[in-house]
Ligand binder design. Sequence first.
Ligand SMILES: Nc1ncnc2c1ncn2[C@@H]1O[C@H](COP(=O)(O)OP(=O)(O)O)[C@@H](O)[C@H]1O
Ligand SMILES: [Mg+2]
Length: 244
Amino acid sequence: MDQPNILEAQKLTKVYEDGLCALDHVSFSVKAGEIFCLLGDNGAGKTTAINLFLGFLNPTEGTPFINGIDVTKDPLAAKQHVAYLSDVVMLYPNFTARQNLDFFARLGGRHNLKRDDYYNALRQVGLQEKAFEQRLKGFSKGMRQKVGLAIAIVKEAPAIILDEPTSGLDPKAANEFLAILHQLRAQGRAILISTHDIFRAKEISDTVGIMSEGKLLAVKTKAELEHENLEKLYLDYIQGKVAA
Ligand SMILES: Nc1ncnc2c1ncn2[C@@H]1O[C@H](COP(=O)(O)OP(=O)(O)O)[C@@H](O)[C@H]1O
Ligand SMILES: [Mg+2]
C-alpha cells in the first residue's frame, strides 16, 4: 500500500527582509518509512526549508505540512508531530541524558513515561549505560546526537528532521548514527535530512533532492541513482549543464 505523505513542502518560498530569495517555489514530500535528503552547497537554502517546517520562519509563499497540518496555521499542533535535531544539538548541558529525554518528551506532550522508557531509548541508540545519568556537558558530539535521536524515539513523532546531522562526527560515530536512522525508518518514520556531502546523501537516502540557490533542481530515487553518478549529476545540475 502507498504510504502517506508525512512531510510536504508545497511551493515553499522565502524572501528574507534584505530581498534575498533563499527558497524559490520548492515542492517535495516525504512518506512514512522514507529518508529524504536535501543535498546542496552552503547557501542552497536547506536550513531555510527546515526552519519553515519547524515554524521558526514564515514562508513568503507556499505551505509546509507536517502530518497534514499546515505549519503556518497551527504551528503548535504541527510541532507535536516532529522531532528535530540541528547541527548544534539544542540540549541542556546541565541535565543528564535521562533528564534531557524527560524534559523534551514532556514538552512534546508525553507525560506518562517512566525511567525504563528513557533507558530503553538510550540503549536503542547505543549510548553507553554509564552515561545515562551523567550530565551532557562532558559528552562528545556523537553522544549528544544519540541523545537527540533518543528524544525522537520517546517522542514517537512520525516525522524527524535533521539539519546536517553527520557534520563533525567521526566516521565511527557517523556510521552508528546512520544505523540508528535506518532503524527509525524501519519503524515507519518520515525522515528529512540536509547535507552538503554527496557520499553521505547517496549512502543514507531513499530519495535525494538536489538544491542550488534556493531551487530544487532534481529529485532522484535510490533506484534511479544506481544507474547514475550522483557526483557528476550534482555538478551538472548546479553548473546549469542540465535543464532543471
Ligand atoms: N536570516 C537571514 N536573513 C537573510 N538571509 C539569510 C538568512 N538566513 C539565511 N540567509 C541566506 O539565505 C541563503 C540560504 O541559506 P541557508 O538556508 O542557511 O542555506 P544552507 O542551509 O543550504 O546552507 C543564503 O544565501 C543565506 O546567506
Ligand atoms: Mg544549513
